[in-house]
Design a protein around this ligand. Structure first.
Ligand SMILES: [Mn+2]
Length: 291
């Protein structure tokens, strides 16, 4: 039996260097989702400033609680950001849900960036550059301890794909912890299909459940130009979409799509990428009934 897909909106852009991505959940809700026969279960709006850590803690806890609740209802949550800081909420919720079931979590993280700054290493102080470090247990105390005081992901259970822009301090932290990274030159060399499959199979051996965290800036700007921090030469979007055919959807516990910003993309391509991913996941999930 396929799971019901529930969309969850994380309307936040305070943790990015640019504004606008907070509008994405509403944009998706008001335009494309109608055609998909899906609806938003809830959209959460962040209402304070970038450095208001207590308010951010409260906000990410809301996202975490709601993701956890959706999983407890045996649905498949697709979280739509907002900037990538929402991952602190999404994966804290998934991790806490699985902790109570004594199951393990792996994450495949598609991104141009490493998102592994700490408050000490970050020059900008933007928290959307910190979610991986935070989930690994490095960062603001208030944000690493959401729902429980454990690190939310083990270094050997997260794999990054598409990386092509990062600072030395981020690489040092991830290398020190032994986190597996596929840089974008690996993707160019072997193809996203091969890299994705290899990453998925690696985690499949190690964990019970796999989450996908997709930062749209991981894709090539020709396909997804509407992002705050555009980086040339990324993952081909259509190749990525096709490569989803080869993964075991039943093992996927949560999907997250972040950093889309329609204000930087009059063509509407980037919003279509979001819809295409949602649609693809829905199709793959419904296909399960055929077996
Ligand atoms: Mn990111």
């Amino acid at each position: 039996m396929h799971r019901k897909i529930s969309l969850i909106g994380a309307s936040i852009d305070a943790c990015a260097g640019t504004v606008g991505s907070a509008d994405t959940p509403d944009t998706i809700k008001n335009t494309t989702v109608r055609n998909l026969d899906l609806s938003f279960k809830e959209i959460f709006y962040y209402k304070s400033t970038r450095h208001d850590i207590p308010k951010l803690q409260e906000y990410f806890t809301q996202i975490a609680d709601f993701t956890k609740l959706t999983l407890q209802q045996l649905e498949l949550p697709i979280v739509i950001g907002g900037d990538h800081s929402c991952a602190i909420g999404t994966w804290s919720g998934a991790a806490d849900y699985l902790r109570l079931k004594s199951e393990s979590l792996g994450i495949i993280w598609f991104d141009a960036h490493m998102d592994s700054h700490t408050p000490q290493s970050s020059l900008s102080g933007n928290i959307h550059g910190m979610p991986i470090a935070t989930l690994l247990g490095y960062g603001y105390n208030e944000l690493i301890n959401i729902l429980n005081n454990n690190p939310k992901i083990k270094p050997e259970h997260i794999i990054l794909i598409g990386i092509r822009s990062f600072e030395e301090a981020e690489k040092n932290l991830l290398d020190q912890l032994g986190v597996k990274i596929y840089y974008n030159y690996d993707v160019n060399k072997y193809g996203i299909d091969h890299v994705f499959k290899e990453a998925f199979n690696t985690l499949d051996q190690l964990v019970d459940n796999i989450g996908l965290s997709i930062d749209l800036d991981g894709f090539d700007p020709k396909d997804a130009p509407g992002v705050g921090t555009k980086e040339a030469d990324g993952i081909d979007f259509n190749d990525f979409l096709v490569s989803l055919n080869d993964i075991d959807t039943q093992k996927v516990i949560v999907v997250e799509i972040t950093e889309g910003n329609a204000h930087f993309d009059p063509s509407g391509k980037t919003m279509r990428c979001i819809t295409d991913i949602i649609n693809k996941i829905k199709l793959l999930e419904c296909n399960l009934d055929a077996f």
